[in-house]
Write a protein that binds this ligand. Structure first.
Ligand code: NAP
Length: 560
């Protein structure tokens, strides 16, 4: 266990999830004086918190695991193609224990503030337990979806039954048998939890504001023989992930949508509907993402599938999105989700027609009627991407608050740096490659790159680095440009900063949160910047502190 009396580190990593675990592994290998702080009682990040029934990967398990250790790859046996939360958390614990990383981690350590000390080129952090820590560098590994946002409903505190956001699903077993349960929200989380609990509760009522396009996950067990085959192919699997836009094994169909006949298109879609994982989204024609007409034709194909699966035609129509096409929001993957609505104990309430007015002592009141429940589950999403940053009082040069700088959306250089916030690194930050990819694949890229950057600084004796405002602007403009051809730019979703439960995010004003250029393009850009001496970054050295800063701007070439 780490010594809690120590107050200074070379590097403080905030967050002990997938990114924080890998980051501390690399720093430990280099012998750097570093620690990881996490608000939770243990490691795991998203897989520590999200314990709701049905929580599982939408990524193929074996593409989600870390790739950095052959020994680890050889040892771990993924039991399911899309592994569930308990197993995923076990995996992350296994990794931390195998590489003896726990000794660098401090739990129950909520970071409340981080202020940059310009005179000393270091960060001063305040932890909720009262400690003040300093570090030369802060690495933000705080997750993209780690601030849950319950709805803002009148009377929520009055409810006498149990209620929780899915992120805070209790650690102890929740007894669902015989219970009347409400689920609010039909995103990826709601769709997982609804499908998983429908046959375990007495009565289930789903409160849906907007339906989501969703398609079968097609999960299944991984046998010993299959795992042996996967192990033998790991190099090939990761090589494929590194050349696909989303960091998955799924490669888009490169035939033009309009070059093939309607029959050919349907043949592909029939196959993809029964193919595991995001194939239906990512192995599809590329026009699905960019061309309204192509997207509409495919959306109608999926709508027809929903009609075939839901017996009541009125309910089926309510489950078909009208305000956006398939795949322009992050596609939730489902396992017998649509069949839930064929059950006698399951009910769908369309709250776009009859909105929830308030939470009562015994349940929910809509404009139409009262409902009684034992349990209310809020599957209402997250203050995504920048939310976790906004929850820490982060101040850079001149006391500028990051929250203020990003009030209309993030601006970054490479998704890694922010002008005015020196020595502040985000290996999986807003506008970086990992935000819109198979997360660990992006994380390994980001963490590896940041670590090399730090090694460069240490080798040159630099104690301070930040991007120029021009470099940041160029990158942010490039990120915005990448949105311009994508249909997703119009969607009301967390990918574009929409969240009705967060002040300032409820109107859906587009925030350019993610890098849409794809993994290969992102990697080539950050590699090029590194190969050219980290163009766009201004370095400084503390050796001349007090005598005027020694700074060196190593060039100003375009980032795009
Ligand atoms: P989400 O996609 O933002 O969905 C939130 C849902 O709650 C939406 O249906 C939304 O309706 C509804 N909602 C929000 N506020 C509401 C309110 N005040 N009243 C009524 N309904 C409300 O959130 P999520 O489902 O938690 O998923 C977020 C992301 O987490 C996913 O996109 C995915 O990236 C990740 N995730 C991944 C996995 C996985 O990998 N297997 C699983 C779960 C989640 P509107 O659409 O009308 O806003």
């Amino acid at each position: 266990m780490i010594e809690r009396t120590k107050s200074h580190y070379e590097v403080i990593v905030i967050g002990a999830g997938v990114a924080g675990i890998y980051q501390i592994k690399l720093l430990a290998d280099l012998g750097v004086d570093a620690t990881v702080l996490d608000a939770a009682a243990d490691l795991g990040g998203t897989w520590y918190w999200n314990r709701y029934p049905g929580a599982r990967f939408d990524s193929e398990s074996y593409t989600y695991g870390f790739s950095f250790s052959k020994e680890l790859l050889d040892e771990w046996h993924w039991k399911e193609r899309f592994s569930g939360q308990p197993e995923n958390l076990r995996y992350l614990n296994y990794v931390a224990d195998k590489f003896d990383l726990r000794k660098y981690m401090q739990f129950n350590c909520k970071v409340e503030s981080a202020h940059f000390d310009e005179a000393k080129d270091l960060w001063r952090l305040k932890v909720a337990d009262g400690r003040e820590l300093t570090s030369r560098f802060v690495i933000m590994a705080i997750g993209l979806l780690s601030i849950p946002t319950p709805p803002r409903l009148k009377g929520m505190e009055k409810f006498k039954g149990r209620s929780f956001h899915t992120f805070h699903w209790p650690q102890e077993k929740v007894d669902l048998a015989g219970k009347k349960v409400a689920v609010i929200g039909t995103g990826a989380t709601g769709i997982q939890v609804i499908a998983e609990i429908a046959d375990k509760v007495a009565d289930l009522t789903v409160f849906q504001r907007r339906p989501n396009w969703s398609a079968p996950l097609n999960n299944g067990p991984i046998s010993d023989a299959e795992m042996a085959d996967i192990r033998a192919r790991y190099d090939e699997i990761f090589a494929t992930c590194s050349r696909t836009p989303g960091g998955f094994e799924h490669e888009p169909d490169r035939r033009g949508f309009y070059e093939v006949s309607r029959e050919e298109r349907v043949k592909l879609w029939d196959r993809l509907y029964n193919t595991p994982g995001f194939a239906i989204w990512l192995r599809n024609f590329r026009e699905i993402f960019t061309d309204e007409k192509a997207n509409a034709e495919f959306s109608e194909y999926v709508a027809e599938r929903i009609r075939q699966r839901v017996k009541d035609p009125v309910i089926a129509e309510k489950l078909i999105p009208r305000d956006h096409g398939f795949g322009v929001q992050r596609v939730p993957m489902e396992t017998r989700y649509f069949e839930v609505y064929n059950r006698d104990n399951a009910h769908l309430v369309d709250i776009s027609e009859t909105p929830i007015v308030e939470v009562t002592e015994t349940g929910l009141r809509t404009t139409e009627r009262d409902y009684d429940f034992d349990i209310i589950v809020y599957a209402t999403g997250f203050d995504a991407i920048t939310g976790a940053f906004d929850h820490i009082d982060i101040r850079g040069v001149g006391g500028t608050k990051l929250r203020d700088k990003w009030s209309d959306g993030p601006s970054t250089f490479l998704g890694v740096f922010v002008h005015g916030f020196p020595n502040f690194l985000m290996p999986s930050g807003p506008q970086s490659g990992s935000a819109s990819t198979n997360y660990p694949r992006g994380i390994e890229i980001g963490v590896g790159w940041c670590t090399k950057f730090l090694e460069y600084m240490w080798a040159h004796g630099y104690t301070r680095a930040e991007p120029t405002i021009e470099a940041e602007k160029r990158w942010t403009d490039h990120v915005i440009k990448m949105y311009s051809t994508m249909l997703m730019r119009k969607a009301k979703s967390w990918f574009t900063g929409y969240n009705s439960n967060v002040d300032g995010h409820e109107h859906g004003k587009t925030r350019y949160f993610v890098y849409n250029g794809g993994t290969p393009k992102y990697v080539s850009k950050i590699k090029e910047i590194a190969e050219h001496g980290y163009q766009g970054i201004v370095f400084g050295s503390a050796s001349l502190l007090g005598q005027g800063r020694d700074t060196e701007d190593l060039g100003e070439k375009a980032a795009d």
